[in-house]
Design a protein around this ligand. Structure first.
Ligand code: GLN
Length: 490
């Protein structure tokens, strides 16, 4: 049934509508693909029985003409989204075995629109990481390999399971989250499309919190159009999330394919960082040339505070994480360790339950929020955050969207950066700025490096202007003509 799994979401939905195949057939093909791809470790939990039950109901809706916009589409769900009655781990031992009694708003909207759940996808523990190696359940393996090599590569992180599953045709699309780049960097590493929408577009309700002022949900998909279809379902106002924006959700797919003629595209000079591989420089130049060809006006802009974004992010995110993760005390959820008194139970539970990277973030976060250091670190980082947002505001006076690389390298080998947290954090150099400023940003696969690994370009838009981002992404996708898939070795 490989023909069915190689369809795009759009083509699959068209096929279902035309009754070329049933939702059960489409779902079964994906269940088989998921089973065959276990060496990738992309799924933490497969839910084939539930998937087939949902597919049967989908077929019934197609039969009665009541099918929704995503009816019968098999999707993977990052295991950071609470799914009612289905184990949710955040890839941490501390939550296991947590079975949520409620459904996240984003996933409930996908089910409302008829999508089918194939299972829960692996990620970095609590979404902290850039390689999926902090997962308590082992890393995800990137379906892509360097030409002529068997070395296992990371799919990026934290949404590595989502990106690998989409790249390997295990699902038609996946949910993901992005606090500092976790949708866009894995998308770039796997030749998939990922968008982090404007902060507040998608409800955070039922998404396990990492850093609440930065966390945003979004899709990882095979094409720009698929990403637009998924985001249209996922987005929307939710009174259960106080930061959810009460604004209309346009049909994002309508922007894909729109002419970009006359749009002003900014190229921020500060994103040309030292040591950037020439291939990334070249890809960026290609992107500029493609957009010029499509009728865009290219303008050089300056975002002078870019160099402070990464340090500011690695203060703000751990600070919020240390506060959010205080709730995992062995009393309310999941795992509880033994101890002679209450304090010992807390200490043992957290010492056993959290992995090293999560502990590192909690320590940093607690430190930068502590009485003597709050002003020097946390408050300063908040001020830098404001400056970064101001930089973007100034740029919007001169351009309508920005074009940058998504990540400073292609996928790297498992274990290559695990002993050097700073090297790992540098992966986020181009992505954290938009989380700090709350702006929509998207990664589109645009080429292969000399080793045959995918590289992505990032498009950044004004707040709530995902429409322009989708139009520019569509133009880049068309010009790049990226059709490569990983050779199947699993
Ligand atoms: N890699 C970044 C971090 O480790 C971003 C993670 C994310 O976006 N969830 O914090």
């Amino acid at each position: 049934m490989s023909a069915l799994t190689s369809l795009t979401l759009k083509a699959a939905l068209d096929g279902l509508k035309a009754k070329s195949f049933s939702a059960v057939e489409l779902t079964q093909a994906h269940i088989d693909a998921v089973e065959a791809a276990r060496p990738l470790n992309a799924f933490l939990l497969e839910t084939p029985v539930k998937a087939l039950e949902m597919a049967v109901l989908s077929d019934a809706r197609y039969a009665t003409g009541t099918a929704g916009p995503l009816d019968g589409a098999p999707l993977g769900i990052k295991d950071l989204f609470a799914t009612q009655g289905v184990r949710t781990t955040a890839a941490s031992k501390i939550l296991d075995p947590f079975v949520p009694p409620y459904e996240s708003t984003v996933t409930s909207q996908l089910w409302r629109d008829g999508a089918v759940m194939l299972g829960k996808l692996n990620l970095d523990e609590f979404a902290m990481g850039s390689s999926n190696e902090t997962s308590a359940f082992g890393p995800v393996i990137n379906p892509w390999r360097k030409g002529g090599s068997n070395q296992a590569l990371t799919p990026g992180g934290s949404s590595g399971g989502s990106a690998a599953a989409v790249a390997a045709d295990l699902c038609l699309g996946a949910t993901a989250t992005d606090t500092g780049g976790s949708i866009r960097q894995p998308a770039a590493f796997t030749g998939t499309v990922g968008i982090k929408p404007t902060y507040g577009r998608c409800s955070r309700w039922g998404v396990v919190a990492f850093a609440s002022s930065l966390d945003q949900a979004g899709p990882i998909a095979k094409t720009v159009e698929d990403a637009a279809i998924l985001l249209t379902s996922m987005a929307g106002h939710d009174p259960k999330d106080s930061t959810s924006l009460n604004v209309e959700v346009p049909d994002f797919a309508a922007f894909v394919g729109n002419s970009v003629k006359g749009l002003r595209i900014g190229v921020p000079k500060e994103y040309r960082v030292d040591g950037m591989p020439p291939e990334i420089e070249k890809l960026w130049a290609d992107g500029v040339a493609w957009l010029k060809e499509a009728g865009c006006e290219i303008v050089e802009v300056s975002l002078p505070h870019t160099k402070y974004a990464l340090p500011a992010y690695y203060i703000v995110a751990p600070a919020e994480a240390s506060s959010n993760l205080a709730r995992y005390d062995g009393m309310r959820y999941g795992r509880r360790a033994q101890g002679g008194n209450l304090t010992e139970v807390y200490e043992n539970t957290r010492a056993e339950g959290f992995g090293d990277e999560v502990k590192r973030r909690i320590l940093i976060g607690t430190y930068v929020l502590s009485a003597g250091y709050y002003d020097a670190y946390y408050l300063k980082a908040q001020k830098v955050r404001r400056k970064i947002a101001d930089d973007f505001d100034r740029a919007w006076e001169r351009c309508d969207a920005l074009l940058t690389p998504t990540a400073p390298s292609a996928a790297f080998g498992l274990g290559e950066n695990t002993n050097d947290p700073i090297a790992m954090y540098l992966n986020d150099v181009f992505t954290v700025t938009t989380n700090l400023a709350g702006l929509p940003s998207m990664s589109v696969p645009a080429g292969l490096d000399a080793n045959g690994l995918p590289l992505g370009l990032q498009i950044i838009g004004r707040a709530l202007d995902e429409g322009t981002v989708f139009s520019v992404a569509g133009a880049l996708e068309k010009a790049a003509g990226f059709r490569s898939k990983a050779d199947k070795w699993w």
